[in-house]
Write a protein that binds this ligand. Sequence first.
Ligand code: GTQ
Ligand code: FE2
Length: 356
Amino acid sequence: MAVAAAKKPGNGAPDRKHNIETMREAYYARIAKHAMTPLWKVMSTLVPDEPVTRCVPAVWHFDDVKALVMEAGGLITAEEAKRRVLILENPGLRGESRITNTLFAGIQMLLPGEIAPAHRHVSSAIRFVLDGEGAYTAVEGEKAFMAPGDFVITANWAAHDHGNPSDKPMLWLDVLDAPAVNFFETSFGEDFESPTQPTTRQDGDSLSLYGSGVLPDGALSVNRTPVINYTYARTRPIIERMLRSGEIDKRHGARVRYANPSNGGPVLPTMGAHLAMLPKGFRGEHYRSTDGTVFACAEGRGTTNVDSEVLEWRCNDVFVVPPWKRYFHNAAEQSVLFSISDRPAQEALGIWREGK
Ligand code: GTQ
Ligand code: FE2
């Protein structure tokens, strides 16, 4: 065998080894001038044995977040900022405006009487309402008035503006697929001349038309949901009913998936979300999946163990679990967890995996 023979003393092995290394280095230097590099030097980075992520587990406590975002209210108006948002940056990805490799997350705040002007972009957005009641998002001519726990969709290229006619500040979690869109280098966006768009549909039209188990006759199956606001008032009783009847997943609790009523698919091609109720004392089984997931606690309190870290959460805290990290939830009280990830995009590409 050549390898064994090369190791035998007295056949010039050290010299030969020195020679081949020198020849290789010289060769790499020459091909580098032609913008080429050998695969065999980078193979394990290009094709790792299992998912590698720079994203780390992290939690943002609402007490801190609210105080800090309210301070921004005294420094800049929503109109001047266009969107008064504090970005939740993953500590492993600082300076990159992202909470996972593919998702942006931020906390948006609108003071009473403020508006955030109309625009549209290729990135899709979702809002999960944390605090306040009675502000709206206008999406393609329909106003969606929002309350805590509501899940609001702004699909790819949909015109949208926000306004707060209520007498209290309104805070919500924004999640956008912008880092994924930017990875493809396909981002477009534009502002409208008028800061608010005309209302052309009745408030709540889309939920009533598409979210009631019937569809307007002839409605087409589309790859983004026609529903703008999945209200907590309608979703919470469903997970509560599941909990009471014992339909409790051992890992996720009593959980529903937000679905596109036109085809049962995810709400957006790039992002999908769930809402889960965990009974008091719940201790979930280990789980991991390739979609890094952003959670928001809508009710209760508990902890989530991610590898050796323990993330403590209570109402309105936001936390993130990186791709393929093992985790399990503990609920100290009956709790509700919202979660969102890029799972639909991974599934469409055939690259999504889950495991224990
Ligand atoms: O509300 O339209 O957090 O366009 C980031 C980009 C919110 C929004 C963000 C946006 C918006
Ligand atoms: Fe936007």
